[in-house]
Design a protein around this ligand. Structure first.
Ligand SMILES: [Fe+2]
Ligand SMILES: [Fe+2]
Length: 157
């Protein structure tokens, strides 16, 4: 499986969860908690894959080094805001405000990744983009205990 396909599929899922949450009110406690927890879990795996497979390739190249460095920071900002949201009740208006800011950041980040990293840099510069082996992909999609590195030493084939 191509890691790029995996990441694009994730983006679709992430955007769907964001708009689902966006449509809830502070009274929809159960829905907010469930969707937010799924989103946080999926994003952690997604970021880990990007930081293992995508960003290092971009960081190596002088023309794409800056965009990769920005990517790490954008992950960091989203993680921080989500971490703060975890400590607030979903019925709190501050949770909603943080969610709105986090959603805007994340959508902007996804757009930049798809346009500038996936379509632009990787293809234009013919940078290597390693495939993810099937056993590894299976573990990534349905991880029982979260993402584990799929580096060369434990990658099948
Ligand atoms: Fe990302
Ligand atoms: Fe992404």
């Amino acid at each position: 499986m191509n890691a790029l396909t995996l990441l694009k599929e994730d983006h679709v899922k992430v955007k769907k969860m964001l708009s689902e949450l966006d449509q809830t009110t502070e009274r929809a406690v159960k829905t907010r908690e469930a969707v937010f927890s799924q989103l946080k879990h999926d994003l952690e795996i997604h970021e880990a894959i990007e930081e293992e497979f995508l960003y290092p390739a971009l960081k190596e190249h002088p023309k794409t080094r800056d965009i990769a460095l920005e990517g790490y920071e954008e992950h960091h900002v989203v993680d921080e805001v989500m971490g703060e949201m975890l400590h607030l009740p979903v019925s709190d208006e501050t949770w909603t405000a943080k969610f709105t800011v986090m959603k805007e950041n994340l959508e902007h980040h996804i757009e930049e990744e798809e346009q500038d990293m996936f379509e632009g840099s990787l293809q234009a510069l013919s940078l290597p983009f390693p495939g993810v082996s099937e056993p590894c992909a299976a573990r990534v999609i349905a991880p029982p205990t979260g993402y584990r590195s799929c580096n060369r030493s434990n990658r099948a084939g």
